[in-house]
Design a protein around this ligand. Sequence first.
Ligand SMILES: [Zn+2]
Length: 158
Amino acid sequence: MIFILNFMDFLNKYRKIVDGLVKKSFPELKRKKIIIEEKNTLKYRAHTEYSFSGFKIFISTQLRDFSEQKVKRILIHELCHLEIFLHQGFIWTNIEWFIYLISKRYRLNIEREANILMIKKGYGKLVLEARRENLKRRLGYSLTEKEIKSYAKSIKKW
Ligand SMILES: [Zn+2]
């Protein structure tokens, strides 16, 4: 028998993962509506937005072929962005978005901030994994291996 999953099945799968992660590691996001959308793009794997309708996570259709573990890792990173959005508020988040588009250095800083939060939430090993994978794909990374380990040590959850 052949099972053909349609996009709703994937959205349901992502929804379950996001809800589980929020419950486990992002208590501040519990009462926030998080809209999940799929996008057919190769440019990014996932990205977030703080729009008038609330928090949004866009997920590339590439993720359909990824292991659940890898999807989780990507979504944890995106949820870290959302928690930071929540703290800085709608206006600043959207001002920052423009700076993000024009400044590579600023972009790196935003990614750094999200990854540090991810480590602080006890996901240091996954951050290390993401770094290794990015380097293999010849992409840069916002934190060095040494930095990841030292942040992880500082929270003693390593
Ligand atoms: Zn990011």
